[in-house]
Design a protein around this ligand. Structure first.
Ligand SMILES: Nc1ncnc2c1ncn2[C@@H]1O[C@H](COP(=O)(O)OP(=O)(O)O)[C@@H](O)[C@H]1O
Ligand SMILES: [Mg+2]
Length: 239
């Protein structure tokens, strides 16, 4: 009886969640179109002004560039927001987590080496397949990888480990960056919390939402000046 109640409550919450995600997604799309028109016209305005040599045109061009920057920032926030809204509804399929990590490592290597970061994957050859939404897991790797690179502006090591522990499939993302103090780790999963002026503060909340939608858990171990380790665990019933 109680589990029936819990079940119907869960269904109600899920329906509510889907409705909110649809609403938020619709709103974001509505904003995205006029925003991209604004961006396009700013681009054209910038091109015209760049052809003029007067001081006045120079000042106007500087303003247009500032507006373009703000426009780009709004687009980034909107995209992060849409990703957050989509994170709760995974389409699970049996998949090799190692393949997903390998493909992401290949993708990120050029950007990493440009900032002197060595990417180092250690993948368990006997890792069982898991049920996951590959596009969403790619998003997890992208958000964790991007944060790690941002924490290592002067280079370092970015490690990806897959392994099995207590019947769970584990993914670890470890960097040797600037790390976080306790007040930051306490708030890092809060929506819109960011220590970066251009940050959306939606990267980690999206990661956590995706992992929880896979019935998994995520934990973090970080120390200022030493680096950060994120550990994702997928339970046996996901295998
Ligand atoms: N690997 C990391 N190393 C150091 N700090 C991190 C790391 N990952 C996340 N953080 C901290 O957590 C905050 C929230 O991260 P996130 O949700 O991705 O938002 P954003 O990247 O937009 O700031 C970051 O602003 C940063 O302070
Ligand atoms: Mg981020």
């Amino acid at each position: 009886m109680e589990s029936d109640l819990a079940g119907s409550e869960r269904q109600r919450l899920q329906a509510q969640n889907t409705e909110l995600a649809t609403l938020a997604g619709g709103l974001a799309h509505e904003i995205r179109n006029p925003l991209s028109t604004i961006g396009m016209h700013l681009e054209l305005l910038g091109e015209d002004l760049a052809e003029e040599e007067s001081a006045r045109a120079g000042r106007m061009l500087a303003r247009v560039r500032q507006l373009q920057k703000e426009c780009h920032q709004l687009e980034e926030i909107l995209n992060a927001f849409l990703q957050f809204a989509r994170a709760g509804e995974p389409r699970l399929e049996r998949h090799s987590l190692n393949d997903t990590v390998r493909s992401y490592v290949e993708f990120i290597e050029p950007a990493a080496s440009e900032q002197n970061v060595q990417v180092s994957p250690h993948l368990d050859a006997n890792l069982p397949d898991v049920r996951l939404d590959e596009a969403l897991f790619r998003q997890v790797l992208t958000n964790l990888g991007r944060n790690a690179l941002q924490a290592m502006p002067d280079g370092g090591t970015l490690e990806f480990i897959t392994t099995q522990r207590d019947g769970q499939v584990i993914l670890e993302v470890i960097d040797t960056g600037h790390g976080m103090d306790a007040p930051t780790t306490e708030r890092m999963f809060q929506a819109f919390f960011s220590t970066r002026s251009e940050g959306s503060g939606l990267g980690l909340p999206t990661v956590r939402r995706i992992i929880e939608a896979h019935n998994g858990t995520i934990s973090c171990d970080s120390a200022p000046g030493r680096g950060t380790r994120f550990t994702v665990a997928l339970p046996p019933d996901n295998l």
